[in-house]
Design a protein around this ligand. Structure first.
Ligand SMILES: Nc1ncnc2c1ncn2[C@@H]1O[C@H](COP(=O)(O)OP(=O)(O)O)[C@@H](O)[C@H]1O
Ligand SMILES: [Mg+2]
Length: 340
């Protein structure tokens, strides 16, 4: 890395505070990297030039589906990025947009067992329900997908407070509780332990969290359980849904080689550097099972997050330098006219 680099951060206020961007900026400043907090509501060109932009535009992307102002903000961002090909985006917008749609991210997860056959890694069977009309054929489709009760029902959109509202469906009689568009995913008993894997470039970190308790496989006449996933899998979560009903032998910890293989495969499939994957271990088969992929997650419980992110930023800049590509800020420094 040569000279002083400029890294733009484009985050919601909430994300900015949560990740403590001010502390990260200080760390970067000590190492010749200037962090610039971008304001999407203002023209972006005068805020640049940027060597890299790190962003989480999930709110804006989801809202742009129905909100004119968000559409405008997104278009503004996209046109800045297209006009500045020397600026590296962490991560690419299409890759992030894909993960905001559970229909798309579950398709990616469902292909993992092919590429990771040697590691016995899979994801639960699922069914995408597009509209209420699809419900009549649900049971036939379930049989085709080898999907059996209990099921966990999740919204199609994977971002925002509603996306954490889920339900556990125990029989066909409760299928009317499902509100499409949504996915029905096979529930896998996993001893109430969630393994959250956080990825930063070529490093990854595993953290354990509480998770849903075991439920017997097969249909039963239990009523649908509605819950918010924050009640069960945040570090501080404590709920009757995470307390096991029975004594259970401890499951073996996930193999670190298998986790590394999973992360590597997802890096390739997603083309992203900042993401997370939630993994559970099936209590019957001990198979590593991926249940969720997250965009630029919180990295809670990962004290190395800042240093890893800074290392990754420096590495990306170095790589660009060695390939001879010049960033927009270097164009500026050498008197090149900006494409603004
Ligand atoms: N297929 C599944 N089998 C068992 N438990 C699951 C399954 N899917 C999700 N869960 C539980 O529900 C929680 C939330 O699901 P997840 O898909 O990770 O949604 P979120 O986007 O809210 O994190 C998980 O942390 C886990 O405890
Ligand atoms: Mg999750």
């Amino acid at each position: 890395m040569s000279g002083r680099s400029r890294v733009g951060f484009c985050l919601s206020d909430k994300k900015r505070k949560r990740m403590n961007l001010a502390a990260f900026s200080e760390m970067c400043a000590g190492q010749g990297v200037q962090v610039v907090e971008m304001d999407l509501g203002q023209p972006l060109a005068p805020q640049g030039p940027f060597d890299i932009i790190v962003h989480k535009l999930s709110d804006v992307i989801v809202e742009s589906e129905h909100d004119q102002q968000s559409r405008h903000l997104l278009a503004n961002f996209q046109s800045y990025v297209s006009a500045h090909p020397g600026t590296i985006l962490l991560d690419p917008l299409p890759a992030m947009t894909r993960l905001l749609d559970r229909f798309a991210s579950y398709r990616i997860m469902s292909q993992l067992h092919n590429s990771l056959r040697d590691w016995r890694i899979c994801s639960p069977p699922y069914l995408a329900i597009h509209s209420p009309g699809d419900m009549s054929s649900t049971q036939q489709a379930m049989a085709k997908q080898d999907l059996s009760f209990p099921l966990i029902c999740k919204t199609r959109v994977a971002h925002g407070s509603l996306s954490h509202e889920m339900s556990l469906i125990f029989s066909a009689a409760s299928l009317p509780d499902v509100h499409p568009p949504c996915v029905l995913q096979g529930f896998v008993s996993h001893g109430a332990v969630l393994h959250k894997v956080f990825v930063v470039g070529d490093r990854h970190f595993c953290v354990e969290r509480p998770s849903l308790k075991n439920f017997p496989s097969g249909p039963c006449d239990r009523k649908t359980i509605f819950f918010n996933s924050h009640e069960v899998s945040k570090p501080e979560s404590s709920s009757h849904l995470t307390a096991l009903d029975e004594q259970m032998p401890c499951l073996p910890p996930p193999s670190s080689e298998a986790m590394a293989a999973l992360v590597q495969e997802l890096r390739v499939q997603l083309g992203m550097a900042l993401f997370g994957v939630d993994v559970i271990i099936d209590i019957r088969t001990h198979t590593l099972t991926a249940i969720d992929i997250n965009i630029f997650p919180g990295y809670e419980g990962v004290p190395q997050f800042f240093s890893s992110l800074l290392d990754h930023i420096k590495k990306v800049l170095d790589q660009r330098h060695s390939t001879g590509l010049r960033s927009d800020s270097e164009h500026g420094a050498t008197g090149f006219q900006h494409n603004t």
